[in-house]
Write a protein that binds this ligand. Structure first.
Ligand code: NAD
Length: 428
């Protein structure tokens, strides 16, 4: 099929590269010329395992990037995958998506045959109306030929390509049967190799499934963190407790690792958005409010633990891990940000290190020192906190001997060395 993908960020680039890989002819459209150039060179604009190899194979062949919407009318399906950032009140800023929808509608203004536009971005059910309106504004009289569907994305950064290839489910939200069939056809080649349940529903329900999914996972972690904090107060190891809890089939062993909390571009934004949309509709989602509160407390608890061992005023503190999770350079809403801010508020001097996220964090927080290795960050430090569970931190051993005062507060239970250092875990 011929497919246009509007927006080439984490989701759009992965989608475009993976759709090309399963045999479709893909046009990736972004307003950012630098991103377009990078894609056409066969390189990945973001750090994501496996992505660059796919782009190197398909760029200039089944995958073309451009800033122009000209390819849209000749496509069988157009995906909208632009960002939906948060407003100050937690609701989503639909501006970029509406602009992309209007431009898409505009590109379709001369069609006389039906066209399917699919929202990939995460949006609340009530906001679908605004995207539909933007499409109609752009298309004018041709709007009657345009069908809008919803196909939420469940990939996780750090394993995006693998998640796309091996989805747990594919959710197809469309009102017209032909649109449902066409979306199924997009994913058919993928599901031939890896069968996954396909959920067919209406666009609003599809949009809500995404929010309910993320709200559930974020709340699960916050509950585990809340219980982990209780364990710590009782002098117990939360990991031992939750390992046994996870043996219950109704709970499952996944997402039971307590620590410094969740971040990234999705959980915080999506939980905030569904809370804001619920409040708008007159409902106060109390459990979701609590999930956010626990998440905000975890970085404070990490710094409090460090304060038990180190006087932070004037101390040099190594912050290991800046990305919101391993295998990505994404620092959006990373727990490292409040950790660094709190440490600085207490007068600490920070030396930060991340295998891939130093540069994005330098742009966000320029006034701290960045080290090129974990060992260099630890060298002469009076204490260290671990914020991201990069594998390379597990193997740190002698590097702790370089510290002026070997105190390590681990927010992810990743450090293996325990002898000869003062080691403290957040919930164990
Ligand atoms: P992103 O910010 O990484 O990328 C968005 C891209 O859209 C940018 O490259 C930007 O230049 C481009 N863009 C903006 N306006 C445009 C326009 N008018 N025309 C063409 N391109 C335009 O965003 P992302 O992380 O890929 O997220 C996209 C959507 O997918 C969001 O709604 C997000 O919530 C959702 N989502 C994200 C993830 C994730 O892990 N990042 C997972 C699932 C769903």
């Amino acid at each position: 099929m011929d497919i246009s993908v509007i927006g080439s960020g984490y989701v759009g680039t992965t989608l475009a590269a993976c759709l090309a890989d399963i045999g479709h002819e893909v046009t990736a459209i972004d307003i950012d010329e630098e991103i377009v150039r990078t894609l056409n060179d066969g390189r990945a604009p973001i750090e994501e395992p496996g992505l660059e190899a796919l782009l190197a194979t398909h760029a200039g062949d089944r995958l073309t990037a451009t800033t122009s919407y000209d390819a849209v009318p000749d496509s069988d399906v157009t995906f909208l995958a632009v960002g939906t950032p948060s407003n100050d009140d937690g609701s989503i800023d639909l501006g970029p998506l509406e602009a992309a929808a209007e431009a898409t509608g505009n590109a379709l203004a001369d069609i006389d045959d039906r066209h399917l536009v699919v929202v990939k971005s995460t949006v609340t059910p009530p906001s679908l109306e605004r995207i539909q309106a933007a499409l109609e504004r752009g298309a004018g009289a041709a709007a009657e030929h345009i069908e809008m569907g919803m196909n939420p994305e469940f990939l996780r950064e750090g394993t995006a390509v693998d998640d796309f290839r091996h989805p747990d489910k594919v959710v197809i939200g469309a009102n017209a049967d032909w649109a449902t069939d066409r979306l199924n056809a997009v994913f058919d080649p993928l599901l031939e190799d890896h069968s996954a349940p396909v959920v067919e529903t209406d666009p609003e329900t599809a949009a809500m499934i995404k929010y309910a999914n993320n709200a559930f996972l974020a709340t699960k972690i916050s509950l585990v963190n809340d219980l982990g904090n209780v364990c710590k107060e009782f002098g117990l190891d939360a990991y031992e407790v939750m390992e046994a809890v996870g043996l219950d089939d109704r709970i499952s062993e996944q997402f039971l690792r307590s620590g410094v909390g969740w971040g990234g571009s999705c959980f915080p934004k999506d939980v905030d958005a569904v809370r804001a949309a619920a409040r708008d509709a007159g409902y106060d989602p109390a459990v979701l409010e609590a999930a956010v509160e626990v998440n905000e407390r975890q970085p404070e608890r990490l710094v409090d633990r460090l304060k038990q061992h180190v006087d932070l005023e004037g101390a040099q503190i190594a912050v290991l891990g800046l990305a919101f999770k391993p295998q990505t350079d994404d620092i959006r809403n990373s727990r490292s940000i409040p950790v660094i801010e709190l440490l600085r508020d207490h007068g600490a001097e920070i030396v930060a290190y991340d295998p891939v996220a130093n540069e994005p964090m330098r742009e966000r927080i320029p006034a701290i020192e960045y080290a090129t290795t974990a060992k260099a960050a630890l060298s002469d430090s009076d204490g260290a906190v671990v914020v991201t569970d990069w594998d390379e931190f597990a193997a740190l051993d002698d590097a702790f001997d370089e510290m002026a005062n070997p105190v390590v507060v681990d927010g992810r239970r990743i450090i293996e060395r325990r002898d000869g250092i003062t080691y403290d875990g957040l919930t164990w």
